[in-house]
Design a binder for this molecule. Sequence first.
Ligand code: GDP
Length: 181
Amino acid sequence: LPEYAFIGRSNVGKSSLINMLTSRKSLAKTSGRPGKTQLINHFLINKNWHLVDLPGYGYARVSKSAKKVFQKFITQYFALREQLVTAFVLVDIRHKPQPIDLEFMQWLGENGLPFSIIFTKADKLKPKAIVNYVQDYKTILLETWEEMPNYFITSSSKDIGRDDVLEYIDQLNRNMELEKN
Ligand code: GDP
C-alpha cells in the first residue's frame, strides 16, 4: 500500500496533526507492540494507505549519540521506502526558516524523494502574517529550488487544513491506481 511519511523537528505539532488527520477515519495502528515505544509507527488509514510517523529530528535536549540513532532510523527508512509516495515535512509557522529543516529538504531533494511542506500551528498567526511568512519561506527556498514545493497550512487546534492534506493524499492514490490499470 502507498505510504505517506510525516516528519519534522520535535514539538512541531506532528502528533497533534496526525491525530487531526486520523480522527473520523477508519484507522488501525499496524506496527508497534503494546507497551513498547516504537521509533517508527505505521497507521493504516481507510484500508488503502499507510501513514508513517517518523521520529522528530533536531532534538535540542538529547545527546549527540541519540541524535545519530534517530538519524540512522530516518535515513534507513528513506533508503528502503519502497511504498513511499511523498514525505510531509512539518514546519512550525511561528519560527523563521530553520537551517535544519532547509537542510533536510535539501537532502530529500538530492535523494530524489518527493515532499510537501506542512506549516503547522497556523492559529498562532493572523492571516496577513501567514501570507508574509509563506512569502519569506518561498524566497529562501527559491534560492536553492527551481520552484516552491507543494505546501499546506494547518492548525490542529482549530481543525484547519485537514481536508486539504487528506484530499491531496486521496488524489495521489487515485492517480497511482489509474497508472496501474
Ligand atoms: P510533536 O512533538 O511534533 O509530536 O508535537 P505535539 O503534537 O506534541 O505538539 C507540541 C506542542 O504544540 C503541544 O503543546 C501542542 O499542544 C502544541 N500544538 C500542536 N499543534 C498545535 C496547533 O495547531 N496550534 C497550537 N496553538 N498549538 C499546537
